[in-house]
Design a protein around this ligand. Structure first.
Ligand code: ZN
Length: 464
């Protein structure tokens, strides 16, 4: 990670504050404005897909923008106002000016009894409608007897859907995906946190000499990703795998949602990243009701996509409410998740299949100065196939914390590498099998490569 963590935290915090108030939807100026801000920090290219463009079974909808929206009671007092929170207006509400009775107004009001102070988040992208969202407390205080004046200054027009892409080239022929969605308004964990993390990750990797290619997509959820896939079919079908970055900044424990394969190279890299950092993540199995992996992993594409998250969607009380705000999400929490993503990238970058050049019994390590001078060691180091020693996490980290794996005795680690170097295992497999830290095996493998005891094999197989 960038050396100056404080500077990175300040940058993340600044982005959170600047982007939080902007009214985003699946189209419109709020998305453009947000992506333009992110473009200042990462090499993102903006793409526009015109309304009416067919994309597989979908069509790019009209572009929606809202300038003003409110409800006034009979005394002329604004009782609900889009200017106070953009969650107050149902996204894609059609324009309206009307004076309504309570019975006419009430079906268009949405509340959340479970959290009486929270404004819920609602959309109506594909059905022409209008509506307001408000807290149960505010709703209960409204006048049932008088009329209300309702004004929505919105616009639905033939415009376009906006998304952003960054492609960082690598030499291996492999390309990995990081995708996040930009369609939610003032909701911090879902998914302003994803926008900020993805931008910081792209910024971080853009300055590096990379072995693999990385493709970043920041698009409206569902329709934006469908549009992107429809226009990049061949390239997307050749991706190795990737991550959907969503809900990465909550105060709760870190989690990992598996790819649809469950044990793809992506899953193993992510799990090893957690292990190396001494974090035991919550496990979320793949489900077809999730985020944009629904499109990326659909039968026509089948890209294995995992997700490293912190307070996953559906799993926290404030999900899709005004309480998912900047009191709930902090820059430091986003950096914790970013660290796991960076570790996973580091592992993907450094992993490779290694083959022993002396497969017939062990090579003689002593002759090469790789074995202790005195033979007859009493006890080998114990096998470590699972992390042990759970300790209480520091409060700012939240989740259950385990110790990162300690390094193995050097000879034991060398023996594990040489034993598994049959062309079927990558360093990641060796780390998992031996319990040794990935970094130790990488270092020792470099020594064995230099000694001519190993040669490089094919890129790691995609799935076990
Ligand atoms: Zn959402």
């Amino acid at each position: 990670m960038t050396r100056d963590r404080a500077a990175l935290k300040a940058l993340a915090d600044g982005l959170l504050r600047e982007l939080f108030p902007i009214c985003r939807s699946i189209t419109g100026q709020g998305v453009r404005q947000s992506l333009a801000i992110l473009q200042r920090h990462a090499p993102l290219a903006i793409q526009e897909y015109p309304s009416g463009t067919p994309c597989f079974d979908w069509t790019i909808p009209r572009e929606w923008n809202a300038r003003e929206a409110w409800i006034k009671d009979s005394s002329g007092r604004k009782v609900v106002d889009f200017a106070v929170s953009n969650l107050h207006l149902v996204s894609y509400s059609v324009p309206l000016r009307a004076t309504l009775t309570w019975d006419e107004l009430a079906p268009h009001l949405h509340t959340l009894a479970r959290l009486p102070r929270a404004i819920p988040y609602r959309t109506s992208y594909y059905k022409e409608d209008w509506g307001f969202c408000l807290s149960q407390e505010r709703y209960d205080a409204l006048d049932r007897h008088g009329t209300h004046e309702v004004f929505i200054d919105s616009e639905l027009k033939q415009g376009s859907l906006t998304l952003a892409e960054a492609r960082l080239p690598g030499g291996s022929g492999r390309e990995y995906l990081f995708s996040t969605y930009c369609c939610h308004p003032s909701l911090a964990n879902d998914n302003l946190s994803g926008l900020v993390l993805t931008t910081l990750l792209c910024r971080e990797l853009a300055g590096r000499d990379l072995r693999h290619g990385y493709r970043f997509v920041i698009a409206p959820e569902t329709i934006g990703v469908i549009a992107y896939l429809a226009h990049n079919q061949e390239a997307m079908r050749s991706l190795t795998g990737g991550f959907v970055v969503t809900c990465v900044g909550g105060p709760g424990p870190l989690g990992y949602q598996e790819t649809f394969l469950g044990d793809h190279h992506i899953d193993r890299a992510a799990r090893q990243a957690f292990r190396e950092l001494g974090i035991e993540p919550l496990r979320h199995a793949f489900a077809p009701n999730g985020s944009d992996e629904r499109q990326y992993s659909s039968p026509g594409f089948r890209i294995p996509v995992g997700s490293i998250c912190k307070d996953k969607y559906f799993a926290y009380d404030y999900y899709h409410t005004s309480l998912d705000d900047l009191d709930f999400v902090k820059a430091g929490q986003i950096l914790e998740t970013l660290e796991v993503y960076l570790k996973a990238v580091e592992i993907l970058e450094q992993d490779e299949v290694l083959i022993s050049t002396n497969p017939n019994c062990e090579p003689q390590l002593g002759r090469r100065g790789l074995y202790p001078q005195l033979g007859g060691k009493l006890l080998p180091s114990p096998p470590r196939t699972s992390a042990t020693g759970a300790v209480q996490p520091p409060p700012e980290l939240g989740g259950p914390q385990v110790q990162p794996p300690p390094e193995l005795d050097t000879v034991d680690a060398l023996l594990w590498i040489l034993f598994l170097a049959d062309g079927q295992n990558s360093l990641l497999d060796m780390a998992r099998r031996s319990g040794a830290p990935f970094g130790q095996l990488r270092r020792l493998a470099d020594t064995l490569l230099a000694e001519g005891l190993l040669r490089r094999g094919q890129e790691p197989p995609n799935h076990a």
